[in-house]
Design a protein around this ligand. Structure first.
Ligand SMILES: Nc1ncnc2c1ncn2[C@@H]1O[C@H](COP(=O)(O)OP(=O)(O)O)[C@@H](O)[C@H]1O
Ligand SMILES: [Mg+2]
Length: 290
């Protein structure tokens, strides 16, 4: 039997996860006592990446649902296909299993991405499944969950704009794992890996891209700074331009990469382009670029 540290190392190397050793240990601990997990963190903290890795590590055959405000109970549970019901009646062959029903039957992992976007009525279909391992499908059968059935969900923190809070009853069924931003050195490694920066300039590009998003998170005019995706996008864009030493190129690509990823504070009079340009120029000044 592998111990927890060995399992963490295996997950990190198999799924190319950089760092997150403590968080992965907590996840493995929770899984060792068969708990359902909710992974919470800001955009880009690696929730989906880690949840996918865990579900695939414990069960290669996982079912995934990406939630939105329009996710209805039938998207989760399943539904009778009307034409099939007409020809065959309410029976097994007419039923299209949703991710919840199929993972309960197979004993797989149900991966619920962005659970906080799921409407309350849909959340309710999960309750008895998680609690008692039972799912009632009217006119068909009652599913008893396979002993290996489990759930991993991800969610953005409640304070995040445009996020609804998941219900108390549902929250009560999950073990909570928090993902904070990673240390700068780890972010640089992630950027290098995800942007495929293996040339000589890769290290410099990754470092500068990381510094730029880091400054966007501490800038007084910015309410929400850039996720790591901003740095990955920026690094990919800049490394494809003719002159990676041109500050004009850095400003232009940074605006392309970060514009949608930062939110300004209320009442800020400068434009987003100006603020991003300032951040880029000051990061360039402090770097050994040029
Ligand atoms: N620890 C990590 N190791 C490797 N890649 C990571 C890590 N954290 C985030 N990433 C990468 O950063 C990007 C955003 O991660 P993602 O899991 O989609 O974030 P979230 O679901 O929290 O918004 C993806 O390209 C992902 O692969
Ligand atoms: Mg995600």
């Amino acid at each position: 039997m592998l111990n927890a540290s060995q399992i963490v190392k295996e997950i990190q190397s198999k799924y190319k996860i950089i760092g997150r050793t403590e968080e992965l240990k907590k996840i493995i601990l929770a899984r060792s006592v068969d708990k359902n997990l909710i992974i919470e963190g800001q955009v880009g903290t690696g929730k989906t990446r880690i949840a996918k890795a865990i579900s695939s590590f414990y069960d290669t055959d996982f079912a995934r649902i990406d939630c939105s405000e329009e996710t209805l109970p039938h998207n989760l549970v399943g539904y009778f296909d009307p034409p099939l019901v007409i020809s065959k009646g309410y029976q097994e062959d007419s039923y299209i299993y949703g991710p919840l029903a199929s993972s309960m039957l197979k004993g797989g992992c149900l991966f619920i991405n962005e659970i906080n976007r799921m409407p309350e009525s849909t959340q309710n279909s999960l309750l008895t499944a998680l609690d008692e391992g039972i799912l009632e499908i009217p006119k068909l059968k009652t599913i008893k969950a396979h002993s290996k059935f489990f759930t991993i969900a991800t969610q953005n923190p409640a304070a995040h704009v445009g996020v609804t809070v998941i219900g108390e009853a549902l929250k009560d069924r999950f073990i909570w794992i928090k993902l904070d931003f990673q240390p700068s050195e780890e972010e640089v490694l992630i950027i290098k890996q995800e942007a495929n920066l293996d040339n000589l300039d890769g290290e410099k590009i990754a470092q500068l891209s990381q510094q730029i998003i880091h400054h966007s998170r501490n800038n007084r005019s910015i309410q929400r700074g850039s996720s790591i995706r901003g740095a990955i996008d920026l690094a990919q864009l800049i490394s494809k331009t003719e002159e990676i030493n041109s500050s004009k190129n850095w400003v232009n690509t940074a605006i392309m990469a970060l514009y949608n990823k930062v939110e300004l504070e209320d009442g800020v009079t400068s434009s987003k382009e100006e603020i991003i340009a300032d951040i880029v120029l000051s990061a360039l000044n402090k770097s050994d670029f040029q």
